[in-house]
Design a binder for this molecule. Structure first.
Ligand code: SAH
Length: 368
């Protein structure tokens, strides 16, 4: 049993209600035993690989995207470039290298990284040690100064805790974690139904709600109303809201039981882009997309960038460039985590931009 499982078991024994949301928050973010607090989960050795870890092209294109958005904003003399959940810091490192071609943008730049894991913050400091830019670290958006801003969030929203409600006796009950005699966990239902959900559905239907994600999106949208800016959200998820649940646990690139070893597996859920877009619009921000990652990256010029890299590459490096390119933009079905067939990253991942109402749609969202 993991130390975190002991801890959660004690909470339940002492009579506390541990919702799925709380379980997920502890499993990922418990200061001592949380999944992200204790390890580097990325890459071949880790549990999963993200787009910036696949290729430098990803971060480079995002850096150039930011430079274009800054120009659309009227080239303010000060701009905050903010990244949520920067992982190893690879995306920001590639972005900052690429955007130096836009000299005036580079001069206006203040960089902020929002990261809760001290372990990953240390990695980010190492990755970014050589960059000429001054970088500030934060543990939440609250301490990031306001002003003209561009935000990146790649594979961040999927790590925010979710709530599940189950239709039972024509009411909605929140899923909570129960404790077996042997210390293992099971999914149970809260004693009282949730009166505020009005949706109708057949018995047993699950409703998944990213309440933490929505609060964050609302806060971002409010900032975008006060000052010009844009937020780019890239993640796997769906473009239509629907019933059903998408919680998954990954360990060593394999799907595992989400309740089995809290703190040892990465827990994620698909991002409900339609719901996030509704939240942003309700506050008054403008939404572009979501579009498929494949379309977004090809409109930003990933094929041209790959060709450029290959011109300076050895034959072996050129093969690597092509392989990375294919992984980022492939939309064909292929075996995914756990062996099940799933669309390639290019189709599974979507890109959503949320912008100030004063800005035109940013690059990458219109057909050429
Ligand atoms: N963007 C990176 C890493 C994605 S993994 C990449 O694409 O490679 C999720 C990241 O978000 C990790 O850095 C994790 O520590 C961080 N994180 C998770 N929950 C967070 C929260 N509530 N606030 C800030 N960072 C968080």
């Amino acid at each position: 049993m993991t130390p975190l499982a002991e801890h959660i078991g004690q909470l339940i024994r002492s009579g506390e209600t541990v919702s799925l949301e709380r379980f997920m928050a502890l499993a990922l973010g418990d200061p001592q035993y949380g999944y992200y607090m204790t390890r580097d989960p990325f890459g071949v050795e880790g549990d999963f690989t993200t787009a910036p870890e696949i290729s430098q092209m990803f971060g480079e294109l995002l850096g150039l995207w930011a430079a274009e958005v800054w120009a659309l904003m009227g080239s303010p003399t000060q701009i905050h470039l903010i990244e949520f959940g920067p992982g190893r810091g690879t995306l920001m490192s590639d972005a900052l290298r690429a955007l130096q071609v836009a000299g005036n943008f580079a001069q206006a730049l203040n960089v902020h990284l929002i990261e809760t894991s001290p372990y990953l913050e240390a990695q980010q400091r190492e990755t970014l040690a050589e960059t000429p830019f001054k970088i500030e670290w934060h543990t939440s958006l609250d301490s990031v100064p306001e002003g003209p801003s561009i935000y990146f969030a790649n594979e961040f929203f999927d790590a925010l805790p979710i709530r599940h409600f189950v239709r039972y006796n024509e009411e909605w009950f929140e899923k909570v974690i129960g404790l077996e005699e042997d210390g293992s966990f099971y999914f149970g239902l809260d004693a009282l139904p949730e009166p505020d959900i009005k949706a109708q559905a057949p018995e047993g239907t699950v409703l998944e709600i990213g309440a933490v994600a929505h609060r964050l999106m609302a806060a971002l949208a409010r900032r975008l109303l006060k000052h010009p800016g844009a937020a780019l959200v890239i993640d796997y998820g769906h473009v239509e809201t629907d019933f059903g649940e998408t919680l998954q646990a990954l360990q060593d690139h394999r799907a595992v039981d989400p309740l089995a070893e809290p703190g040892e597996a990465d827990l994620t859920a698909h991002v409900d882009f339609a719901a996030l877009a509704r939240t942003a619009k309700a506050v008054g921000a403008t939404v572009s997309g979501p579009v498929r990652q494949a379309d977004f990256l090809s409109r930003l010029g990933i094929f041209e960038r790959a060709a450029g890299l290959k011109r300076q590459a050895t034959p072996r490096q050129a093969i690597e460039v092509d392989r990375a390119l294919l992984r980022l933009v492939s939309t064909a079905n292929e075996p995914g985590a756990g062996g099940a067939m799933a669309p390639g990253m290019g189709a599974l991942f979507k890109v959503l931009a949320v912008t100030s109402p004063t800005l035109p749609p940013p690059p990458g969202f219109q057909e050429k």
